[in-house]
Write a protein that binds this ligand. Structure first.
Ligand code: FES
Length: 113
């Protein structure tokens, strides 16, 4: 269905191992990650510990290490790994013909909340 997915631009805008942030009007900023093995993930840009900016963390495998206190957060589930407990919402994402799409409903729902 048209309109289900929000086109946020070409995959080339994020180099492997990096992230970019996407402001959401009236909602929480989203971080979009490109892993070294060429996967893309989107999470709310707030560490479940003390809201550190995950987009500035270090990406390894499908995990990002928070820049503030080094919690490891799964990019797939948003959950803290190891002994740490907490979870950050993930945003469904797909790549199609070289462009990144986020599930519109997930982005809109966040901004309505
Ligand atoms: S805020 Fe992320 S580890 Fe503390």
């Amino acid at each position: 269905m048209i309109g289900e997915w929000l086109d946020i631009g070409p995959v080339g805008q994020i180099s492997p191992g990096n992230a970019r942030t996407l402001p959401v009007v009236g909602g929480e900023e989203i971080a979009v990650f490109h892993t070294l093995d060429n996967q893309f993930y989107a999470l709310v840009n707030k560490c479940p510990h003390k809201q550190g900016p995950l987009s500035q963390g270090i990406v390894h495998g499908s995990v990002v290490t928070c820049p503030l206190h080094s919690w490891n957060i799964s990019l797939k589930t948003g959950e803290a790994q190891g002994e740490d407990k907490g979870c950050v919402p993930t945003i469904p994402l797909k790549v199609d013909a070289g462009r990144i799409y986020l599930l519109r409903e997930a982005v809109i729902r966040r901004s309505a909340a």
